[in-house]
Design a protein around this ligand. Structure first.
Ligand code: NAD
Length: 443
């Protein structure tokens, strides 16, 4: 099928590459000409395992094209995906300006029947607004083409996005029209062979499904962080509690890891956006507000530990930091806990020496050159002469470090672990002051 994807970000690029890989003819449109030019030269703008060869292969085969020419993009696809950003507005609601701009662009260049599909995460009712925006432009043009707006939210996880799109758990499609159903069934047939994964529903339910999924996951994390704070105060070990509750099949082991707060481009903004949506229908979303509050507090936790350990005297201290991305296997630092920590350390007069396997370029882009941030090429290099080590992201390569190197490099053997990677008993035995999340002695 001929498919156009507006927005070549984490979602648009991966989805486009995966659709091309099964044989669809995909054109990607973005307003960022540097990104488009780069992609044409084989420069993949994000780090995502498996993405580079997939894009390259399908680009070379001519099934995946990139352009800034919206007219060309609109002409190309019978299916028009909108996969642009929906960042939080000042009041936390999803800002739809990019989505509506694409809707108008599609309407401006439309010359034939189209299916417009919202893949961006958008509040309930957005399909109606996209429909109205398209109709408004067609009315201005004094012309009419048949079109339908569907909702097809994306559930990929950064760091595993290619696999998630190749082997989705489910494909949610909100539509009120039979011809759209047929077309979507054909589009996704290659991903739907072993068992039925497509769940058709009405558009509003599809839009809410995406928020409900992310809010549920964020709730699990904040719940565990709340338990970890209790465990700390009650002398219990949250890691034992985690194992103890995860063994109950109704609870399960997934997504119940305590830590230094959730970040990324989705959970924080989607929880806030659903709170805002709830307020528009005069429903006080108390649980979601608590999820958000617990997370905000949890993101301060590592700084609080560090501040207390050094008795508030952080001026001139150097803190080694492992992990900048909001989670492993991505270079994405949007709303990352590392940013909250670094900014608090800088405000207190400390310097940060940071290492991340993939996100250092992104850190440089966000913070530019500054005296109190040094980025080093290896995990060992940041340790030399630092007053303590902090771990913000659970990259595999941080899980079995060389303890003797850490000890020899740090001024004092102090580790603040935001991801509970190590055994506190062993750490104590080896002479480290070890602060972890919800593990009894660290409060
Ligand atoms: P992103 O910021 O990585 O990419 C968005 C892209 O859209 C950018 O390249 C930008 O230049 C482009 N763009 C903006 N306006 C445009 C226009 N008028 N025409 C063409 N391109 C335009 O965003 P993302 O992380 O891919 O997220 C996209 C949407 O998908 C968001 O709504 C997000 O909530 C949702 N989502 C994201 C993830 C994720 O893990 N990142 C997962 C599921 C859903």
């Amino acid at each position: 099928m001929r498919v156009t994807v507006f927005g070549i970000g984490y979602v648009g690029l991966v989805q486009a590459a995966v659709l091309a890989a099964v044989g669809h003819d995909v054109m990607c449109v973005d307003v960022d000409s540097a990104k488009v030019d780069g992609l044409k030269k084989g420069n993949i703008p994000i780090y995502e395992p498996g993405l580079t060869p997939l894009v390259q292969e399908n680009y070379d085969a001519g099934r995946l094209r990139f352009t800034t020419d919206a007219a060309e993009g609109v002409q190309h696809g019978e299916l028009q995906f909108i996969a642009v950003g929906t960042p939080p507005d000042e009041d936390g609601s999803a800002d739809l300006k990019y989505v509506l701009a694409v809707a108008k662009t599609i309407a401006t260049h439309m010359q034939s029947k189209k299916i417009v599909i919202n893949k961006s995460t958008v509040p309930v009712g957005t399909a109606d607004r996209v429909k109205a925006a398209i109709q408004g432009v067609l009315d201005e043009r004094g012309i009419q083409f048949e079109f339908s707006v569907a909702s097809n939210p994306e559930f990929l996880k950064e760091g595993a996005a290619v696999n998630d799109c190749m082997r989705p758990d489910r494909i949610v499609i909100g539509t009120d029209s039979d011809w759209v159903k047929e077309a979507m069934q054909e589009l996704y047939a290659p991903f739907n062979r072993n068992h039925e994964k497509i769940i058709f529903m009405d558009i509003r339910s599809a839009e809410l499904t995406k928020y409900a999924a992310n809010c549920m996951l964020a709730t699990k994390i904040s719940f565990m962080n709340e338990m970890s704070n209790l465990a700390e105060r009650l002398g219990a070990d949250i890691e034992m509690v985690r194992k103890g509750i995860g063994s109950d099949a109704r609870i399960g082991y997934h997504f119940i890891y305590p830590g230094c707060g959730y970040g990324g481009s989705c959970f924080p903004k989607d929880v806030q956006a659903l709170i805002r949506t709830a307020s528009t229908v005069e429903y006080p979303a108390e649980l979601l507000q608590a999820v958000e509050n617990v997370n905000e507090r949890q993101k301060q936790k590592l700084f609080d530990f560090i501040h207390r350990h050094f008795a508030g005297d952080l001026a001139g201290k150097t803190i080694a930091l492992w992990g900048l991305s909001f989670k492993p296997n991505t270079d994405d630092m949007r709303a990352a806990s590392s940013r909250v920590l670094m900014e608090a350390l800088w405000a207190a007069g400390a310097r940060v020496h940071a290492y991340d396997p993939e996100a250092m370029q992104e850190a440089q882009r966000i913070y530019g050159l500054r005296d109190d941030l040094q980025l080093a090429g290896t995990r060992e290099a940041v340790l030399k002469g630092a007053d303590a080590l902090v771990i913000c992201t659970e990259w595999q390569q941080f899980k079995a470090p060389d303890w003797s190197v850490i000890k020899a490099s740090l001024k004092q053997p102090v580790i603040f672990d935001g991801r509970n990677l190590f055994d506190p008993v062993r750490m104590k035995r080896d002479g480290f002051a070890y602060y972890a999340i919800g593990r009894g002695e660290s409060i």
